[in-house]
Design a protein around this ligand. Structure first.
Ligand code: IMP
Ligand code: MG
Length: 179
């Protein structure tokens, strides 16, 4: 285990089992739909690569980068720093996210993509921290990997100041590192 990690919350095996389970569900849901799978950068990259292979169906890859997060504190209005490269009008769109936290980013992305009139728009998130949800956020994930407690986590794509993304597990960072 990395020395900055206090505790492993989700092991590599637990994550891979969940990816296989979600992949089988989404394969069934999207098998004849050639969906555009939208990844929200950068935290989703590892989950994304595993999920599209677990789904194992024809699909198109696309990415958005939306940021409003500095250090461990979510703040301010989300800003798009990379937009989609495909036209999603009339297409089935599946958003993949690393974590559903305050809900700021997902709510913003859903509103933004709905205007472009996709045939359907659904969300799959690896992690959900419901205790952190901002009041007034109405968007919900259609599929959730794990509901986790209100702790700052890193690994499997999730970062703290851009570090720890390539850990194969999800761990709780030692609080003294960001307090
Ligand atoms: P939001 O607060 O739901 O808008 O989440 C915005 C983004 O914050 C997520 O997509 C993550 O990149 C990041 N984030 C939220 N919680 C954590 C965490 O516990 N560890 C690392 N990144 C996080
Ligand atoms: Mg992040």
């Amino acid at each position: 285990m990395h020395h900055d990690i206090e505790k492993i919350l989700l092991t590599e095996e637990q994550i891979q089992a969940k990816v296989a389970e979600l992949g089988a569900i989404l394969k069934e849901e999207y098998k004849d739909k050639n969906p555009i799978v939208v990844g929200v950068l950068k935290g989703v990259v590892i989950f994304y690569a595993d999920m599209i292979r677990a789904m194992d169906i024809p699909c198109q890859m696309d990415f958005m980068c939306v940021s409003s997060y500095k250090g461990t504190q979510s703040g301010g209005k989300p800003v798009i720093s990379k937009d989609l490269s495909n036209d999603i009008r009339g297409r089935h769109v599946l958003i993949l996210e690393d974590i559903f936290d305050t809900g700021n980013s997902l709510e913003f992305i859903v509103d933004y993509l709905k205007i472009r009139q996709p045939a359907s728009l659904k969300i799959c998130t690896l992690l959900d921290k419901p205790e952190r949800r901002k009041p007034g956020v109405t968007v919900k994930a259609d599929w959730t990997g794990f509901v986790i407690p209100n702790e700052f986590v890193v690994g499997y794509g999730l970062d703290f100041n851009e570090g720890y993304r390539n850990l194969p597990y999800v761990g709780i960072l030692k609080p003294e590192l960001y307090a």
